[in-house]
Design a protein around this ligand. Sequence first.
Ligand code: AGP
Length: 602
Amino acid sequence: MCRVSGYIGKKETLPIIMDGLRRQSYGGYDSSGVVIGKDSNLTCIKAVGKLENLEKKLEGQNLKGNWGIGHIRWASHGAVTEANAHPFWDCKKNIYLAHNGIIENYRELKDVLIKEGHKFISETDTEVAVHLIEKYFEGNLEEAVRKALKEIRGAYGFVIIARDDPQKIVAARLSSPLLIGINEDSYIIASDPTAIVPYARKIINLDDYEIATITLKDLFIIKEKVPETLELVPEEAEKGGYPHFMLKEIMEEPEAIENAIRGRLMIEEGSVKLGGLDSISEKLRKINRLILVACGTASYAARVGEYMLEEYAEIPTEVDIGSEFRYRKPVVDKNTAGIFVSQSGETADTLAALKEMKQKGILTLGITNVVGSAQARETDAGVYTRSGPEIAVASTKAFLGQLATLAMLTVYLGRQREMALVMGKRIVSELAKLPELAKDVLKSAPEIEKLAKKYKDYKNFWFIGRKYNAPIASEGALKLKEISYLHAEGVAGGELKHGSLALIDENFPTVAICPSDSVYEKMVSNIQEIKARGGPVIAVATEGNEDIKKIVDDVIYIPKTLEMLTPMLSVIPLHLFSYYVAALLGHDVDRPKNLAKSVTVE
Ligand code: AGP
């Protein structure tokens, strides 16, 4: 997704804006640009490709100034060219603008503006906005922006400056994340908190339809807000000595479980304490149907949650992906609750589904990682997964935080209903052991790296699992796909013989997730179906299971735990496997091509 940054203050702007763009670049990008203001002179430099190309163009320019904006682009409208890179300027080279989002009605606006004589230089949707603001500009930038935004439909995080209204940045938000870092003598603007961390401790999260006018002396937002304290600390946004953020975050998976359960397990009472739900706990007692909505990796966590909530809380539960839920006509009633799962809390499709549910007056809960994100602010109540900042595009530790939170939610709702004290005690005491068990799984990282070396040259992979581990098969396949660019599919073990088996041969390895649980025997027959057709098989199995070695090519062992909690151990080797394969293939693991960390547009 695109990312914007801005700075106004006493210090030199360019290094701060470039650092802001670099820190947000994990989200993937294809071109970049900055505009730096010195007094009322504005200089704009743009470049295609990596930020290094922009740095090369900036060399020797000696671009000085104390205010400016910057942008990294993830192309949605128009090819990857310098002309289509942001920031854009108006016909008089007075106003400059950078944008994160999509302007849905840009064609009709562009036609009108062209008829009014405006000259366009790009194929993008965004350029329309700078000419629209130009149309209303009479010396006061925020006034012109306010008028222009009335005509714009879509999603936006805008940062805008003007030569003829100098020493001022106007920022406006609708759906796309936009934050302002506040200091005594300066303001930093960004799409993501990681770009603000080194420069400010106080931030403001702009809300939808808010416009901020930022000058050296003052920050004025149409609709007042109370600054929050940023949780994030600078170190957390660093790699901590690992070659990639993804490996660092996989190694933090035990800690992610620890953070999610800390202070929330009540072992003696066989229950959990989820403070974020207290305000709606009585309403939750009356709920007799759950709909979980999420996208990508988060949707696989939701699918594991579906098994947990039905088996242990005995509540009819269904899962849907945000991009489908928002357009289907779900039949819901007042005893239905919607649970939205998202790491970033800014995923447009999940947020749209949330708005749809709120429209119908349905109780909404959020399972979110990013504090203060739109999902956290829009849902009636929720639980933070507390996984810490997740920088790599491929979601790993946040997934563990989501699974731990769904397991606790199952106990919370189960104990409100038929779940007995003994069962509650069993689940929470087993949950309490998981951080240590997860650390044990990570000890097999060197072996898994060897397996990655052995299998990295295959072009196609199946991942199979059953019951709680069927969604984990999908998660394993997604991870391998999104960072190694190899073809992989997750399929429920029992589905193989209904078609997918046709593809099996010695060139098509399968990763079989088969812990010693209630469906183990079924998984063994699926593995034999594959072996009978010469397919190589890597099994993820429970420690102590020696038999499995006789029927598969390679085994990765995980410790024993409750069936409903096995996904929190079986997924870790899959995250490691995909990481090592991608790293061995020399890919940019943290910033895979064509992908973004949080998908803030439809
Ligand atoms: C996962 O590795 C991907 N980055 C992607 O599928 C992600 O899970 C999806 O976009 C949902 O993101 P969210 O959890 O921030 O809503």
